[in-house]
Design a protein around this ligand. Structure first.
Ligand code: ATP
Length: 286
C-alpha cells in the first residue's frame, strides 16, 4: 500500500534545523499549524468491470485546505474524486476496494447512508447543471429534503446566505423566482455551488468546475473557492496547472491510475520528487 508522506518539505526543514541549531531554536522551527485530517484514503483500488482504473491510492485531505488533483487525461482523477462521496456506486460495474474515512469513519461502511454522505460531501460538476426550477428552489431543494429549515423564514435565510457565500446574491436577489437555467454559464456554476453549500456540507468536491466557463467567470469561481476554504474542505479536479497553482494549498499528481506524488502545491510545482511529475509539469506529456 502506498501511503504518501504528507509533509515532505517541512520534515526536511526540521531535519536540517536539528543539525545546525540549539534545541530551543529547533522547537521554533517546527511547523506551527498541524494539518487536521478530514478525509483519508488508504489502498484504494477501483475497477470498471475487469479494468483497473486506480491502484493503491493513499492520501490525506486536510480541513480548510483546497487539494487539486492533476494529471493527464484518463489517469483517474475523476474516478478518485467520485470515490470520496461514493458517486461511483451509481456506475454499473464499478467496484471500489480499500478504505476512505471522513472524520475517521469509513464511508464505505454498510451502515452509512450514501444520501446522507453526499449531503456531507457535496459535489459540483464540470457543466453547470441547475434544476429546471427557480433560482430560489434550486437552493431550497436540498434543505427541504434534508429537513434543515423549520419554516419559510429559515429557508429564506438559508437561500440568502448560500447565494451570498457563492458570491451571487447581488446579481440575483431581485429575480429569485426566475429559472436558474436563465442565468449565464458562470452564474449557473455559482448557483450550483450555492446549491451545494445550502445543505451545509463539510467537504465540497469539484470536477473541473471552470472548464465550461470564460476567463472572467473562471476568475470569479477561483476567487470563490479561496473564500469557501474558510468554511469547507475542497477537492478539485483540474486540467489547468495554473489553476491548481492559484487555488490550492495541496496538489496530487496522478498518472496511469497511480497517485505518483502529493504535497504542498508550491513544492509540487517547484521541486517535484518524481520524474513523472517533473515531466508533466514541464509539459513533456499530457
Ligand atoms: N463509467 C466508466 N466506465 C468504464 N470505464 C471508465 C468509466 N469512467 C472512467 N473510466 C475509465 O477509467 C480511467 C480513468 O478515467 P477518469 O475519468 O477517472 O480519468 P480522468 O483523469 O478524470 O480523465 P479526464 O481528465 O480525461 O477527465 C480511464 O481509463 C477511463 O476510460
Amino acid at each position: 500500500m502506498t501511503v504518501m508522506d504528507t509533509t515532505p518539505s517541512s520534515a526536511a526543514v526540521a531535519t536540517d534545523a536539528v543539525a545546525a541549531t540549539a534545541p530551543e531554536a529547533v522547537e521554533a522551527a517546527q511547523p506551527a499549524v498541524e494539518r487536521e485530517i478530514k478525509m483519508a484514503a488508504r489502498g484504494v483500488n477501483v475497477f470498471y468491470g475487469d479494468t483497473q482504473a486506480l491502484y493503491e491510492v493513499g492520501i490525506d485531505i486536510a480541513n480548510n485546505e483546497v487539494t487539486s488533483l492533476i494529471g493527464p487525461s484518463g489517469c483517474g482523477k475523476s474516478t478518485f474524486l467520485r470515490c470520496l462521496n461514493r458517486m461511483n456506486d451509481t456506475i454499473e460495474g464499478c467496484r471500489v476496494e480499500g478504505s476512505i474515512t471522513l472524520d475517521g469513519e469509513n464511508i464505505y461502511d454498510r451502515s452509512l447512508d450514501p444520501v446522507l454522505l453526499r449531503a456531507r460531501v457535496g459535489m459540483v460538476f464540470q457543466k453547470p447543471n441547475p434544476f429546471p426550477k427557480s433560482i430560489y428552489d434550486n437552493i431550497a431543494y436540498g434543505p427541504r429534503i434534508h429537513g434543515l429549515a423549520s419554516g419559510k423564514a429559515e429557508l429564506d435565510e438559508i437561500v440568502k446566505t448560500s447565494l451570498e457565500k457563492a458570491g451571487l446574491l447581488e446579481e440575483v436577489k431581485d429575480r429569485l423566482d426566475q429559472p436558474g437555467t436563465g442565468l449565464s454559464g458562470g452564474q449557473q456554476q455559482r448557483l450550483c455551488i450555492a446549491r451545494a453549500i445550502a445543505v451545509k456540507p463539510e467537504v465540497i468536491l469539484m470536477d473541473e468546475p471552470c472548464s465550461a466557463l470564460d476567463p472572467i467567470a473562471t476568475a470569479k469561481v477561483e476567487e470563490l473557492i479561496d473564500e469557501l476554504r474558510q468554511d469547507f474542505t475542497i477537492v478539485i479536479v483540474t486540467h489547468s496547472m495554473q489553476q491548481a497553482a492559484r487555488v490550492s494549498q495541496r496538489t496530487a499528481f496522478f498518472h496511469l491510475g497511480k497517485l505518483v506524488e502529493e504535497g504542498e502545491t508550491n513544492q509540487i510545482f517547484t521541486n517535484p520528487q518524481d520524474q513523472r511529475t517533473h515531466d508533466y509539469i514541464t509539459g513533456r506529456f499530457g
